[in-house]
Design a binder for this molecule. Structure first.
Ligand SMILES: Nc1nc2c(c(=O)[nH]1)N[C@H]1C(S)=C(S)[C@@H](COP(=O)(O)O)O[C@H]1N2
Ligand SMILES: [Mo]
Length: 201
């Protein structure tokens, strides 16, 4: 139920109440594509996913092995810093908990790295406890290349630039190292509910 009329609030308040972070609008059925460069194409035979950095023995999964890992269906809202949000996006993928389950590390941060060179940094705890996935399917279909296929990171509680497309691994580190957009003035953490768009927000 809404007390203010649609005409007064406009598109920014469309969608279920309480689901739109400050300054965001509901993109509805649209799913914009935002990429800093061309779409990298990698044959699945040449794909692997690696956990490296502060870890005694780096871990690596081929595409075939990755497919054998338990997948979860995830339905979440996503929030891009350019101000569109999208409700109830449906993904399937492997929880980062599954990938890091056996890992012993003193690291407190991770950097996601990708084909094409994109990186983004996150506190380790923000990719654990059911908060992040490596997804390889969207809306029941293999993840499209423009949206990060064959696989991307999905971290829905942070702005969508943290959800690295074409992801190839996570580097565990003791120190926080800003990634691509974080180096260019975007917020280091990026909580949409706290409007953390740019450094200093
Ligand atoms: N590798 C890579 N991942 C990326 C990006 C990128 O340019 N390269 N853009 C980020 C940004 S700013 C956003 S908003 C989302 C966009 O994802 P989409 O194109 O599937 O909507 O991907 C994020 N992940
Ligand atoms: Mo973005």
């Amino acid at each position: 139920m809404s007390v203010v009329s649609r005409g007064f609030t406009g598109r920014r308040s469309s969608g279920p109440p309480g689901r739109l972070p400050p300054g965001q609008y509901d993109a509805g059925a649209a799913f914009p594509v935002l990429s800093a460069g061309p779409v990298p194409r990698r044959h699945l035979d040449a794909w692997d996913f690696t956990v490296t950095g502060d870890i005694d023995d780096p871990l690596s999964w081929t595409w075939a092995r990755f497919q054998q890992l338990p997948h979860q269906d995830v339905t979440v809202d996503i929030h891009c810093v350019t101000s569109w949000s999208k409700f109830d996006t449906r993904w399937s993928g492997v929880s980062v908990d599954t990938l890091l389950g056996e890992v012993e590390t003193a690291a407190e941060y991770v950097v996601a790295f990708c084909d094409g060179g994109y990186t983004t940094n996150l506190p380790l705890e923000d990719v654990l406890d059911g908060k992040a996935w490596i997804v390889d399917s969207y809306d029941g279909q293999p993840l499209a290349p423009e949206h990060g296929g064959p696989a991307r990171l999905l971290v829905p509680h942070l702005y969508f630039w943290k959800s690295a497309k074409w992801v190839r691994g996570l580097r565990l580190s003791l120190a926080d190292e800003p990634g691509f957009w974080e180096t260019f003035g975007y917020h280091n953490y990026g909580d949409p509910w706290r409007n953390q768009r740019y450094a200093g927000d």
